[in-house]
Ligand binder design. Sequence first.
Ligand code: HEM
Length: 501
Amino acid sequence: MWTTVALVVTVLVFIFYKSSHRPSNFPPGPLVIPFLGHVVSIMIHSLPVAMMKLATKYGNIVSFKSLGEWTVLISDTELMRTTMADSAYADRMQLMLFNIRDQILLGKKWTQLGIIGTNGEVWKNQRRFTLRTLKDLGFGRRSIEPIITSELEELVEYFTQRQGQKLNIALLFNRSVVNVLWAMVIGKRFSHNDTRLHDLVDKVQNIARSFNIFHPALQFPWIHKVFPNLKVIKDIERCMKDLLAFIEEETAQHKKETGGADDLSSYLGAYQLEMKEAQREGRETPLTLPHLKANILELFMAGSETTSTTMSWAIYLMACNPEVQRRVQEELDQVVGRDNLPTFEHMDSLPYTTATIYEVQRIGNILPVGVPRQTSRDVTLQGYHIPKGTGVILNLSAAHRDPKYWKYPDRFYPQHFLTPEGKVLKPDSFLPFGFGKRVCLGESLARLELFSFMTTLMHRFSWRLSDDPRVFSKVNMIRMPPSYTVTATSRTDDSTITRKG
Ligand code: HEM
C-alpha cells in the first residue's frame, strides 16, 4: 500500500512541478497554481484589471498561465508596437468561441474558418478578399455616406420625438450599426421597428458580452466534452445557431430576390460570384460557403458591439463633460453652420471634434486587451525566449493610460490629440484598432461611422445625464460605459436644415 501512496505522491509532485514550472529564460510572473494557473485571479477581477495588476507587479513583459496555456502579457507602448508589427506575433490564439461555430457549420472543431481566428494562407485569403470587396462597396469611403445617413435620420427622428424624456440609448446604436453592416453584406437595411433586427442585435450582443477568453469553459476543449450542458457554452451555442440560421435564411431570400443573377452590390453577391466563376472555369478557390457564413458572422461580431459601445461612450462622456460638448457644438456651428448638416466633406475641417472622438476612444478603451495573438515561431523578446505557440496579450489599457504619452492619463481631455496650433495629432500610444498585419479590418468603416454619428448627434441635440449612472458592469472582452440615461434637447429647427457637402 505504501508503495502505491508513494507512487501517487511522486506522480502528483511531477505533474505539479511540470504544470507550474516556467520554461527556461521565460518572462517573470506570478506563481502558477497547478491546473488553474492564473485563472482564479482573472475570474475574481475583471480581465483588464487582472492584467494591469500583473503589469504593475511584474513589469512590461509578464508570463502567466491560464489553465493549460502559457501567455505573455506586453504592457509597454513601444514594445507593443514592435511586436504587433512583427509577423512572428501575427497568429491568433485559438479561441473556443470559433470552435463552437465550426462545430455547428462543419460538425467538427479546429477547422480554421473565417478571418479573426485563422492563421496562414486561410487567414490571408479570407481577409484579402473581404477587405478588397468591402472597399469596392464603399467601406471606408465617402460613397457609404448615404447608408449611414439613412440610419442617422431614423435616430434623429427617434430623439426628436422623445425630447426631454429620460432615455436609455445603448441598444439604439447597435441597431444602426448592424444595419450599416447588413447593407454592405447583403444590400438591404431593416426598419428599426423590425423584430428581426432586434433579434439579430440581441444575439450578437449576447455573444459579445458573455465572451471571456479566459473563462475555463471557453478554454479547455475537455470541459466542453465533460460538461456539454454548461450554461455559458449552451448560451453561446444557441446564439450562434440562431445567427447562422438567420444568415442562411437571408442568403436564400437574397437568391430568390436576385433570381440567381450576378450581384456585385453586396459582399454576399461578390463572394458567391467568385465561387461560381471558379467553378465554371474549373479552378480552385479558397472561397467556400462555410467560410462565407463564418466571415459574415465575424463581421457582425467584430463590427457591431465595438462601434456601438464606442458611440455609447461618446454620448456618456459628452453628457458628463458639458464644456467639451459646448466646444464641439461651437466648432460644428462655425464650420458646418446651424442650418446645414455635417457630412464627410467636413471631416478635415473639424480638428476639435476629431480630437474629441479620439479621446472618447482612448478613455472608453473598449478592447482593453485587444484580440489575443500567438507566436508563429520561437522568438526572443528583450532577452526572453518565447516559444512558438505562446499566447500574446497586448495590454492596450496600459498604452491608453501611459503617462509618457498622455498629460492627464485618467482625465477626458481632447487636447491630448491636438498640437498647440490646434492641428490633430495622433500619439503612438493610441491603439484602439490594434496595429500591424492584424490591425482591425473594419477600422475605416468604424471611423466614418463614429464621425457621422458624433457630429450629427452633437449638431442636432444637447445631451445631459438624467440621473447618476455609476454602475460599471464587469468587463469581459469589451469595456462598456456605466449604465446611464440621458436627455436630448434639440438645438435646431428641423424645417430649416439641409445636408450640403
Ligand atoms: C470602434 C470600433 C472598433 C474597434 C475599437 C475595433 C478594434 C479591433 C481590434 C483591437 C482588433 C485586433 C487587432 C489586432 O490584433 O491588432 C480588431 C480586429 C478585427 N476587427 Fe475591429 N474594431 C472595431 C470595428 C470593427 C468593424 C466595424 C469591423 C467590421 C466590419 C471590424 C472587424 C474586425 C475584424 C474582422 C478583425 C480581425 C482582423 C484579423 O484578425 O485579421 N472591426 N478590431
